[in-house]
Design a protein around this ligand. Structure first.
Ligand code: S3P
Length: 435
């Protein structure tokens, strides 16, 4: 447990480099472990969540070297070397695998473990143990895995085996569900298809293609053909828009601010935040657009802006799903009303993010109506400083710190250790800009 106090000191100015993408870091470790031979992952996110994935594969016998200094092989800072043993090279872990706070570790691992000839137990912290797993249990069971759970919640025990391909119409648009099924599909003879109600992030598709897997895409449908092996890779992880989000919103809200946020992923399945903020009147300029290891990246130039409230729904929800806590802060400071609907998934994230943000922003005198699937937020000029809590949710902690930065006095946020799940160094970066 940790507490941070924050207050406005002046404009935020300067340049930062966005920390590495969490979703891509998880996948880089997983797919390289399953590939045949040595892979190199550069700019890996050394945060608690992706380190859970890394430890899980070590527990299953994969040799992973974590180089934090230059060596005689001239490897740069934070490069990871993974000695992949092939799709069938994992060994049964001696102990239960602890996925910590990480839903991506648990749900994607389910897909891999469904194809193994051994049985594995998975658990997590209290937040993860309250997150729904039926969404992966149902399709993986249909493919032939045997999965025991606590009524659809972790801990899980997965007995893998021979799998058969399925064509699965997922009731929820979720990259974790889609990826779990695609990973299990690698172990099948023939083609496995997932049809989603909306297009979730596509990092798995991009990276598996780079590993030589036959993937076909058709609007909301993705198909994967089972393979004998994956090619090892050399990948540089781009910056995470979900982490940059806190600095984008801070730069827009704190008067006089101007920030250059370098190396930020702008994959179109993830870039809803930029579109929403632009609709709200933000001054965000994309510069130096390029591809980094098959993922679109840009430098973002952000200037303080007067935002206005808007209605947010449809595909913008999915394309900005992890950014809603900080978008609520932007809405709280915007002129007029912001209505967020169709965002029921926010209730089953690391915390119930609809309830968490409504409760915490109300402490700052913001008028908020909670809907079953969203929020109605009345913007106001001044936020009242408050004693906020994080619910152990990294994105709530960071959002409330940004809210505190824009309030008229000192705000405290309790229980901020959770920031380390995705963004160690968050406070140092904020201080570096003058906060
Ligand atoms: C993620 C997918 C999303 C997202 C999560 C990371 C991933 O979850 O919210 O933070 O890496 O695949 P869902 O698949 O539950 O939508």
């Amino acid at each position: 447990m940790n507490r941070i106090s924050i207050k406005y000191k002046g404009p935020l100015r300067g340049e930062i480099t966005t920390p590495p993408d969490k979703s891509i870091s998880h996948r880089a470790i997983m797919f390289s472990s399953l590939a045949e031979g040595q892979s190199i992952v550069r700019n890996f996110l050394q945060a608690e969540d992706p380190l859970r994935t890394l430890e899980a594969f070590k527990q299953m016998g994969i040799q992973i070297e974590h180089r934090t200094q230059n060596t005689e092989h001239r490897l740069a800072d934070n490069e990871i070397i993974i000695h992949g043993k092939g799709l069938n090279g994992l060994s049964a872990p001696q102990d239960i695998i602890d996925c910590g706070n990480s839903g991506t570790t648990m749900r994607l691992l389910c897909g891999v473990l469904a194809g193994q000839p051994f049985s594995t137990a998975l658990t997590g912290d209290s937040s993860l143990r309250s997150r729904p797993m039926k969404r992966v249990i149902t399709p993986l069971t249909e493919m032939g895995a045997v999965i025991e759970s606590e009524n659809g919640f972790p801990p899980l025990r997965i007995k893998g085996g021979k799998l058969t391909p399925i064509s699965y119409k997922s009731p929820v648009a979720s990259a974790q569900v889609k990826s779990a099924i695609m990973l299990a599909g690698l172990y099948c003879e023939g083609v496995t298809t997932v049809i989603e109600p909306g297009k979730s992030r596509d990092h798995t598709e991009r990276m598996l293609k780079a590993c030589g897997v036959d993937i076909s895409l058709n609007d909301l449908e993705v198909s994967v053909r089972g393979v004998a092996s994956l090619k090892p890779m050399e990948i540089t992880v781009p910056g995470d828009l979900s982490s940059a989000a806190f600095f984008i919103v801070a730069g827009l809200l704190v008067p006089g601010s101007e920030i250059l946020i370098r190396n930020t992923g702008i994959n179109p399945t993830r870039s809803g935040l930029i579109d929403v903020l632009n609709l709200m009147g933000a001054r965000i300029k994309l510069e130096n657009e390029r591809l980094v290891s098959g993922e679109p990246v840009a430098d973002l130039y952000v200037k303080h802006s007067q935002l206005k409230g808007i209605d947010i729904g449809g595909d913008l929800i999915l394309r900005a799903i992890d950014e809603f806590p900080v978008l609520c802060v932007a809405a709280a400071k915007a002129e007029g009303t912001t209505r967020i609907t169709g965002a029921k998934e926010l209730r089953v994230k690391e915390s119930d993010r609809i309830a968490s943000m409504a409760t915490e922003l109300r402490k700052m005198d913001v008028k908020i109506e909670e809907l079953e699937d969203g929020l109605i937020i009345e913007g106001r000029e001044d936020l009242k400083p408050a004693a906020a809590v994080s619910y152990g949710d990294h994105r709530i902690a960071m959002s409330m710190l940004i809210a505190g930065l824009t309030a008229s006095g000192e705000t405290t946020v309790e229980d901020t250790d959770c920031v380390n799940t995705s963004f160690p160094g968050f406070m140092d970066m904020l201080k570096g800009l003058g906060a």
